[in-house]
Design a protein. Structure first.
Length: 161
């Protein structure tokens, strides 16, 4: 079905998309938009909101740009996936792909419609914008890929000396 390098990327991306969709469906069916619900005091709260822009609600009038960017990143990862043979890079690429697809789904199905749909966010930390599982996956995966790059691990399995 999938070639060997693609399988871990597809598996991780698929898991992220499933977790992201399930959590957003739960949030929309359980939480009241705009009201905070403490989970761990003020450290972690649920706060349902719909974000038309990027993190910190930046560029809310350019939603279609984020749709285009997410689609481009997703396409690029899929295109390069056969060349990504390093396990750490497969994990990171799968996390970014899954997060990008998760938010792309929101852009496609949420009001006001594709390509300007708003992203469902519901996790809130102090002094941080409200986010979701897809956002977390992209952020953590990007940091992970930066760290392994600095450690000299290349996507093709080679190592810098």
């Amino acid at each position: 079905m999938f070639s060997r390098p693609i399988a871990p990327i597809a598996l991780i991306a698929g898991l992220v998309v499933i977790l992201d969709r399930a959590s957003k469906i739960w949030a929309e069916n359980t939480l009241i938009q705009g009201q905070s619900q403490p989970v761990i005091g003020e450290l972690l709260q649920f706060h349902l909101t719909y974000n038309p822009g990027a993190a910190f609600s930046l560029f809310t009038n350019a939603t279609w740009v984020f749709t285009l960017f997410s689609a481009s990143i997703s396409g690029y990862i899929i295109y390069k996936s056969k060349q990504i043979v390093s396990k750490p890079w497969q994990i990171g690429a799968g996390g970014i792909l899954g997060g990008a697809i998760g938010n792309l789904i929101d852009r496609a199905i949420n009001a006001p419609g594709f390509p300007n749909g708003h992203v469902t966010d519901f996790l809130q930390l102090p002094n941080w914008p409200v986010f979701n599982i897809a956002d977390s996956s992209v952020f953590v995966s990007a940091i992970f890929l930066i760290i392994i790059s600095f450690r000299g691990i290349n996507y093709d399995g080679s190592r810098d000396v």
